[in-house]
Design a protein around this ligand. Sequence first.
Ligand code: DAH
Length: 337
Amino acid sequence: MTLQEIESTKTAALSEIAAASTADAVEQLRVKYAGRNGLVPAMMKGLRDVPPADKPAFGQALNALRVAISAALDGRKAAAAQGGGSRDAFDFSLPGSWRGVGSIHPISEVIEEATRIFAQLGFTVADGPDIETEFNNFDALNTAKHHPSRDARDTFWLGPERLLRTQTSPVQIRAMLAKKPPVRIINPGRCYRRDTTDATHAANFHQIEGLFVDTAPVSLADLKSTLSHFAREMMGQSVKVRFRPHYFPFTEPSVEVDLTCHVCKGKGCAVCKQSGWIEILGAGIVDTRVFRNVGYDEDCYGYAFGMGVERIAMIKHGITDLRLLYTGDLRYLRNFL
Ligand code: DAH
């Protein structure tokens, strides 16, 4: 026996142990090296024949061999017990396979939230198709033949009397043709206009329409309280609401409604063009001519409103380019988890 032999036994044993992939294989190596009749005890016995002067060096080397092999066997045995290496083993320390949890798109979120708020006020959701009749989209809404929104540059005409709706307002007509007052509906849906897409416009966008009709008087004060309540629920109690006189063919009087700018809180900044306000919807008291067009009694009373969904999502989340909402790019949408 030489010191060299002891060293090479150690190298061989350690590499065999490292390669053992099952508990059985480790056990076989334990018997081979450390077992009662194994190699290490046999070499220990050989110490007797070593000349006394060399004994300390051989003793040390053999001891180191024994310790190294037994440590390697223990380590491998523990790994094999955890299944390390065997084919159907499960390594609990590996990262799990990740299935992303989905989240609601900001546009759907606004629609769901608005539906919830208006449901509390007794509004139900009415439906209407994206392909509308000229009557529902324009005529019944008192929008004259010469009105610019009827122009082929503003509207996707599908034929002489069919078009992709330019607003959700035709659902007002559908709701009134289907039912006598009282009516309290909202309609979230897609609208289409021949707008060139930029940071704040898209040819395909969403609105939420609202209509309230009753036989008892309904005033602008009712509209104001409803929309103010909606704005506070949607944007937070500190938001301020401004009603500005405006014109729509189907309401009289008509208003546009602004909210305090979310970025500067009303002080004036680039986002609100220094005005402190951001417009989110159009509204008004339903014009008697609209009631006439659907065959309602002229002493019905009602208010209506139509809001831009993207606009609200942008204000809520500080989104500066609405195109980002349509890309479907998860790197962006994950911001709203
Ligand atoms: N339809 C209008 C638009 O797209 C918004 C609107 C204004 C809806 C007044 C209404 C309303 O119901 O009463 O600009």
